[in-house]
Design a protein. Structure first.
Length: 86
């Protein structure tokens, strides 16, 4: 994985860890898969991704994994960022 992608993965994992704490382990695996094996991630999460018309890996796939992880933990997510009310 290129260095920039490694930095993005580390930042994404830190974000989820901040909000999820110990519950973030499962989310960390899924986010890592979205970065390292995007085709496998799409296959594994095809139902949820299909609702977004995502049927193949896309550049924003890791961000979708972060949003899904935070949503599963009932954390607010908006287009403006995590923790926003609108």
């Amino acid at each position: 994985m290129p260095s920039a992608a490694q930095k993005q993965l580390a930042a994404s994992l830190k974000l989820v860890t901040i909000f999820a704490g110990p519950r973030g382990k499962k989310s960390a695996r899924e986010i890592t898969q979205a970065f390292e094996a995007p085709a496998d991630y799409v296959k594994r999460h095809q139902a949820a991704l299909g609702e977004r018309n995502v049927t193949a890996p896309v550049p924003l796939l890791p961000w979708l994994a972060v949003i899904d992880a935070l949503t599963a933990m009932k954390r607010p997510v908006s287009r403006h960022g995590v923790g926003c009310s609108s």
